[in-house]
Design a protein around this ligand. Structure first.
Ligand code: AMP
Ligand code: ZN
Length: 115
């Protein structure tokens, strides 16, 4: 827990968020500035700044996040229409919160490549 980190504090329920799912190692909540009808953020409870900082022991939490994404896409009703799971690393990608998070986006057609 990094008490200066927004997403650590959301995971600890010190800062309110619309949490839609919580398991031992993973929390999912709605993005405060949604870019699609469904826009969730999936995070490990453990503070890791980005995928670039992941180590060998993070395999199981990553698997849990991927599995949660599929289940949440079904729960959100976007499984058939399609969805995107994306994580930003560093300034060119637009990372603004330095606690690893995966954006789960769906509910509208999305262009590729992203702008
Ligand atoms: P990124 O630009 O990939 O680092 O994404 C950070 C995301 O966090 C953005 O989509 C923000 O809208 C979202 N965000 C920032 N603060 C909050 C918050 N307090 N609750 C929920 N989402 C947030
Ligand atoms: Zn954190």
């Amino acid at each position: 827990m990094d008490s200066s980190c927004l997403f650590c504090r959301i995971a600890a329920r010190e800062i309110p968020a619309d949490i839609v799912r919580e398991s031992d190692g993973v929390v999912a909540f709605r993005d405060a500035n949604p870019q699609a009808p469904t826009h969730l953020l999936l995070i490990p409870k453990e503070h890791v700044t980005s995928v670039a900082e992941l180590g060998d022991h993070h395999g199981s939490v990553l698997a849990d996040i991927m599995q949660a994404a599929t289940q949440l896409a079904r729960a959100e009703g976007i499984a058939d229409g399609g969805w995107r799971l994306v994580t930003n690393v560093g300034p060119d990608a637009g990372q603004t919160v330095f606690h690893l998070h995966f954006h789960l986006l769906g509910g509208r057609p999305m262009g590729w490549p992203p702008g």
